[in-house]
Design a protein around this ligand. Sequence first.
Ligand code: PLP
Length: 463
Amino acid sequence: MSFTNLGTKQIQEKDRSYVFHPSTHLAKHSRGETPNRIMAGAEGVYIWDTEGRKSLDGFGGLYCVNMGYGCTEIADAIAKQAHELPFAHVYASQGTQPVARLAEAVVEYFGQNMQRVYFGLSGSDANETNIKLVWYYNNILGRPEKKKIISRHRGYHGSGLVTGSLTGLPFFHKFFDLPLNLVRHTTTPHYYRQAHEGETEEAFSKRCADELEALILAEGPETVAAFIGEPALGTGGIVPPPKGYWIAIQEVLDRYDILLIADEVVCGFARTGEKFGSHLYGMRPDFVTIAKGVSSAYLPISGSIIGDRVWSVLEEGTEKHGALGHGWTYSGHTLCAAAALANIQVLKERNILEHVQDVGPYWLSRMKAELEGHPIVGEVRGVGILSGVELMRDPKARIPFEPGLQVGVRAAAVLLDNGVIGRAMPHSDTLGFAPPLIITRNEVDIIADATAKSVDTTYRALK
Ligand code: PLP
């Protein structure tokens, strides 16, 4: 079976008439006032549209196509599985080979005290699962008042009801009656933006931990159940934590018996140069959220990895009260699991972790060399193959541009014209980069050069 390819104009017409796009100005899209690029093919780190315009994908889709486009092993695994068994549910103890093998691979890849994986389809639903399980856990332990969840301003954890509440970006709350009442937000660990004059990174980390503790005490520790955080902030601006941050936070959580959810949706699977961001920063999570890099987005799959102290209570709960009432039809979807399993095999066989450890430092040093010191560059930051370039009106005085100027969006548009996709992050004028992890040094150079040129063009246009 095949269908006739439509011309670009025809696709755009249908797209504007029928598709409800996420995070989009709906009215402008319908009127044809937003760019409506129709993507058609991709290979390696490059993606192109129906008009043949090719771009180096410096954001790996939405920081998810980690193994790059055109990975034959993953595509073949999906095709093989689709022929053998496209779907069998995993409710009520039924299983499949891909799911069992994937769960083992994931638990082993994280290591530490992890016990089991509950599979979902998106980072949002995995975090939704985590929060339900945190509540179940405290109900089973006989402390029904311990239910609040603390997140950070500028954290990103999805855009569902609870997960959109955990997300600490007003854009995701406005007019949706969010955040829900059981969620609180604490200090953003962004040294460049938040530190006081003369404060060291370590002192700033300590202040973040003190402010968290003050919030817990104000709420009442007996009401606070869990803390959720990305090892390095992603959508809130791509910000690695200041030195000592997670160690200081972990101490506070331990003091008040508060669970830690490490949201590794972006940082997991070698993105930071360690297997997980938790390993890099010394986090000891009770839950680990995975998505994106687990399958390199060839098919949607996410997971909640559950640590031992929660797992034993979940088992105890079912001993007392029967089966757990939680599940989606597509939990542990057979095809998605086969894709993820193949992805993890490729990750290991091609030594991607070692590759990130080699190319990551080169990547950041090239970005810094090209951009630091430019009159509108406030900060070039990153870890592994993940980085942000923050544009500021006055970098030294830390004065941002007026939001209406949309400097980040304009810089990303110029960058695209120069052949590279970088993401204008939804908070601040930050250009985000998270290319496929297979990126070579030569391709890093192309991104660094194009970014420097584009930032400079943007600056000159502002004058
Ligand atoms: N958590 C983090 C850290 C993310 O970056 C994202 C998405 O970007 C999510 C959760 C939500 O994942 P999804 O968009 O698959 O629901």
